[in-house]
Design a protein around this ligand. Structure first.
Ligand code: HEM
Length: 523
C-alpha cells in the first residue's frame, strides 16, 4: 500500500511557516514518524519528541499563595508634592520627585488561597502588587486590598496559610480549621472583621483598594527618615459583593475579575487609582495605643491624614499570560534609593520569602526575564550562570573581570549618598517577644462601628454561617473575642449561633495574651 504523504500547505496560504525551536520548518505536524502507516514509532523523531517533552514541562509550580491572578501595564504619575509641601522633604525616591513625572508600572491582581484556576468570587483577600520600572532600578510595592493582615510576625505565616488552605485529608477549605487557628490568634480579629464583611469579596479588581499594609521608611536627601504607609484608592469607586451576588457571578464565570479588567482596558476604559500616603515621624510613638510597626493596625486618619502622592493608570493588557502574569515576580525587598524597610516583623520575613520562592518557582535567573528585568535601569552584575542564564549583564570593556574590586576593569561601586541615614538608634537584647502594645480588639470594634448597616448585617451573617461549622470550643472562643472587640458584634453573632455571653464569660485570656485596661473592664 502507498505511504500517506504529509498534508503540506493549502494552495494560496501565505502565512509564515511553523518551525520547531531549532528553526527547522515543520512539514508534517499531524503524523509522527513510524515504520509504515501502522508500524512502531522511531526514537529519532526529533520534532515529535521535542514537542511532547516540552509539553510535559509546560507547568511551573504555581505560587504557594496568590496563585490566580492577572497582570496589566500602565504608568504612575507623581504629584511631586504632599499637599502644600514638596515631597522631597520626606523622600528622595525619583518616581515621586517631580510633578507630572511618569514611571512605567506592571500590576498583578490576585486572589490568595485558591489554586491557579480557582474562582475569583471567593471570600479571600486580593493581592495588589505594583512593579515600578524606575531609572534607579525596580521598586515593588506588594500589597493587598484589605488594610491589615491576620498576623504580625512572619514566623506564623505558614500556619495561617495552612489553616486557610484546603484540609490536607479532605482537600476542602474548612471553617472549622480556619477558626480553630484564628480563635487562638487574637491579632487576627481586625482582619476577620474586614474579610467577613462585603469587602472580603470585591466586585472585581477595578473596584478595590490596595494597601501596602506593612510600614516602610522614606529617606530624604539629608538622610532623615519617616515611617510611611501606602494606600491605593480606585477612581472607579469601591464595590463589593455579598455571598449571594458572588454565587450568581461564579455560576457563570470563575474568572470574572480577570475578564472585567481585560475588557475594560481593551475598550479604552482605563482603570486608575490614587496613591495616598500616611507619614509618621520615625520612632516608637509611645503616645499611641498601638505599635506603628504592627500590620494588624491602621493609622488613624485624623492624626495621620492620607496625602496624595500620585496616580496610576492601567492602559495595556499582557501580551502573553504565562510570560507576564505567571512569571512576573514581586518582592518586598525590591526597593530603590529613598525608600527603605522598617523593622516591621512581617516585612522582614516577607522580604526573605519572595525571592526565595521565586528562585524555586521560576528559577535562579528569574530576574533576566523581560517582565522582571529593570527595563529603565542598566544591569551590570558579577552574578553569573545558573539554569537558563541568558543575559549576563553588559560586560563592556572587561569581559574577563567578573569580580570586584579590580584594577583591571569591571564595574565599580556607586558613590554613597552624601548623608548617613538618620533613623532611630535601636538597642536591645536578642529575644523572642511580641511587640509590647498588642491591643487586638479596639480597631476591630471601631471597624465594625464604621460599617454601614447592611455591611454589619452581612458580616454577622457570614461569621455565623462559618462558625456554625466549627467545634463548640472554637465557637465559644470566637464569640469571646468578638464580644471583646465590640459588644453588639459579639452579641449578634453569639445569638445567631446560640451562644450567650454567660456561656463564655468564664474563659480566661489566651496564654501569653496581653489585655488592655479597656479589655479587662469588658471582661
Ligand atoms: C505572594 C509570602 C504576607 C501580598 C506571596 C508569595 C509568597 C508570599 C511566598 C508567592 C510569591 C511568588 O511565588 O512569586 C508571604 C509571607 C508573608 C506574606 C511569608 C508574611 C510574612 C503578605 C502580606 C501581603 C502580601 C501582608 C499584603 C500586604 C502578596 C501578594 C502576592 C504575594 C500581592 C502576589 C504577588 C504576585 O502577584 O505575584 N507572598 N506573604 N503578602 N503576597 Fe505575600
Amino acid at each position: 500500500m502507498a505511504e500517506m504523504s504529509p498534508m503540506g500547505p493549502r494552495p494560496g496560504d501565505e502565512r509564515p511557516v511553523l518551525t520547531d525551536r531549532q528553526g527547522h520548518p515543520i512539514q508534517d505536524n499531524q503524523n509522527q514518524r513510524t515504520v509504515g502507516a501502522r508500524g512502531p514509532a522511531t526514537l529519532e523523531n526529533y520534532h515529535f519528541i521535542e514537542k511532547i517533552s516540552h509539553f510535559d514541562r509546560e507547568r511551573i509550580p504555581e505560587r504557594v499563595v496568590h496563585a490566580r491572578g492577572i497582570t496589566a501595564f500602565g504608568y504612575f504619575e507623581a504629584t511631586g508634592r504632599l499637599g502644600d509641601e514638596p515631597i522631597s522633604r520626606y523622600t528622595r525616591a525619583k518616581p515621586f520627585a517631580e510633578p507630572g513625572k511618569r514611571t512605567e508600572v506592571a500590576v498583578r491582581f490576585s486572589t490568595v488561597i485558591g489554586g491557579r484556576d480557582s474562582s475569583e468570587a471567593a471570600r479571600d483577600p486580593r493581592g495588589f502588587a505594583v512593579k515600578f520600572y524606575t531609572e534607579d532600578g525596580n521598586w515593588d510595592l506588594v500589597g493587598n486590598n484589605l488594610a491589615v493582615f491576620f498576623i504580625r510576625d512572619a514566623i506564623k505565616f505558614p500556619d495561617v496559610i495552612h489553616s486557610l488552605k484546603p484540609d490536607p485529608v479532605t482537600f476542602r477549605q474548612d471553617p472549622g480549621r480556619i477558626f480553630d487557628f484564628m480563635s487562638q490568634t487574637p491579632e487576627s480579629m481586625h482582619m476577620l472583621v474586614n474579610l467577613f464583611s462585603p469587602r472580603g469579596i470585591p466586585a472585581g479588581y477595578r473596584h478595590m483598594q490596595g494597601f501596602g499594609v506593612n510600614t516602610y521608611r522614606w529617606v530624604n536627601a539629608a538622610g532623615e527618615t519617616h515611617l510611611v504607609k501606602y494606600h491605593w484608592l480606585p477612581e472607579q469607586g469601591v464595590r463589593s459583593m455579598t455571598e449571594a451576588d458572588a454565587a450568581v457571578v461564579q455560576a457563570g464565570d470563575v474568572g470574572h475579575a480577570t475578564r472585567d479588567l481585560r475588557e475594560a482596558i481593551e475598550r479604552g476604559d482605563h482603570p486608575a487609582w490614587r496613591l495616598m500616603v500616611q507619614i509618621m515621624t520615625d520612632g516608637e510613638h509611645p503616645e499611641l495605643d498601638f505599635d506603628p510597626l504592627d500590620d494588624t493596625k491602621v493609622w488613624p486618619e485624623d492624626r495621620f491624614p492620607p496625602r496624595l502622592a500620585g496616580r496610576m493608570v492601567l492602559d495595556r493588557n499582557v501580551r502573553n499570560f504565562f510570560a507576564d502574569s505567571e512569571q512576573i515576580a514581586f518582592g518586598t525587598g525590591v526597593l530603590i534609593d529613598g525608600l527603605d524597610f522598617s523593622d516591621d516583623k512581617m516585612l522582614v520575613g516577607r522580604t526573605f520569602s519572595y525571592s526565595d520562592t521565586q528562585r524555586y518557582r521560576v528559577g535562579p535567573n528569574y530576574l533576566q526575564l523581560p517582565v522582571n528585568s529593570p527595563k529603565n535601569a542598566e544591569v551590570r552584575t558579577n552574578q553569573r550562570d545558573g539554569f537558563m542564564a541568558y543575559d549576563q549583564g553588559d560586560a563592556g570593556e572587561s569581559p574577563h573581570v567578573n569580580y570586584e574590586p579590580s584594577i583591571l576593569g569591571g564595574p565599580r561601586e556607586a558613590p554613597a549618598p552624601p548623608h548617613e541615614e538618620q533613623g532611630p538608634l535601636i538597642v536591645g537584647r536578642l529575644t523572642r517577644r511580641r511587640v509590647p502594645r498588642t491591643d487586638d480588639y479596639t480597631q476591630a470594634g471601631q471597624r465594625y462601628l464604621l460599617m454601614e448597616r447592611w455591611e454589619r448585617d452581612d458580616l454577622v451573617h457570614n461569621l455565623a454561617e462559618a462558625l456554625r461549622q466549627c467545634a463548640r470550643p472554637v465557637r465559644d472562643r470566637m464569640v469571646w473575642h468578638l464580644l471583646m472587640a465590640e459588644n453588639d458584634l459579639g452579641l449578634r453573632v453569639g445569638d445567631a449561633i446560640g451562644i450567650s455571653p454567660e456561656d463564655v464569660i468564664h474563659l480566661p485570656p489566651l496564654p501569653g495574651q496581653t489585655l488592655t485596661r479597656e479589655d479587662k473592664d469588658r471582661m
